[in-house]
Design a protein. Sequence first.
Length: 459
Amino acid sequence: MSEEVKNPLGTEPIGRLILKFAVPSIISMLVVSLYNIVDQLFIGRTVGPLGNAATNISFPLTTICVATALVFGIGGASGFNLNMGAGNKEKAMYFAGNAITMMLSVGAIVTIVASIFLSPMLSFFGATDKVLPYAVEYVRIIALGFPFVITSAGGAHLVRGDGSPNFSMACNITGAIINVILDYILVIVLGMGMSGAAIATITGQIVGFIMVVWYLKHFKAGKLKLDHFKPRFAIVRRTAHLGLAQCINQLAMTVVQIALNKSLAYYGALSVYGAEIPLACSGIIMKVGQVYFSFCIGISQGMQPIASFNRGAGKNARVKKTYIIAACAAVAISIVAFTLFQLFPREIIGLFGKGSPEYFKYAEQFFRIFLFMTFAVGIQPITSTFCTAIGEPNKGAFLSLTRQIIFFLPLILVLPVIFTKLGLPGIDGIMFAAPIADSIAVAVCLIMVYRVFKTTLST
């Protein structure tokens, strides 16, 4: 019996498979989000708004790590599943091994660069004089954990692609539980502030890394040999190509976050709120939005091995059905999130500590406007990952660029200027940039997936 027939990815009902793979993926993504949001909760209640602003300033480094984890994690898993579906088992193993090697190597490089250029880098990211000391204290420690967080997060995609979504979830949950416990002990009980939160974060990440390494020694598809870990240019290039869409999306987030921080600080200083309140509020809202997006990205990641395997096996009808079910699930979750964000912004913001009346006024307004298109935007990560999963990484990369770079970045630079010329607060223009960019990006996604269904998957 062939490998394709034996593998449940090619035979079980699509809905059941998505549920099986997406639920652990969603939980894993939520846990990854909690690494940042739990820090912010404890920091907000002890250090205060300046501490929250500092975690926001450090966020571009986090997205760089996530980008690396995705380019080699999703790319490696896609290459692995496409080759397993086509019956090329040995080649599939090289995709898994090479992906791990690249994650560790890039993680070490990011740690070294961040450690050497820490203060100027954080200033470039938008740190004000008041925020910079807190950001330096925090990032100096979490930078040591970059190789571990990249390999644990990226390796989880390989674990999932090997047919073990529950173990992938367990890696992240274990690390998160350790992070929360240590956050309470170090930040609340011992009063270690930013340093305590950073130590808690990297400790949880190291535990997740150890679990991923253990699993690699028990890979279901076969034994990973030393030769599989030796970088091969063709394998690394194809892996990077397949993971390009998700990587570009995260790198785009980094660029946008830097531009957003600088714009918020500049126009905030010209408003009644000052520079620090917009930075602190933006950091909280972006991380709350990340929690919502964890559901959509989790669904997209759960969809990936199903779409990749069936595309490799030539079962295009199952590939189409996989996308449709995943997209419908993402839209349903998005509508629920939209309702919560519009009805309860004050209550959500209040979880992150106290603030002035101006702080809460700005936060509520920013929350409702910035995240207004939540009800529809979840379709973007589904469509982008889907294109990559079926071996169309160029389309996936383009979709990743649309919302962040092509639409949102120009708008956060131009709209504040237009608002100012109209006699309106320039900082309000930043808030309206997001829903406008989201609306256009969703329209582009729908057009793209229609064309893919009519051409690539027509037979």
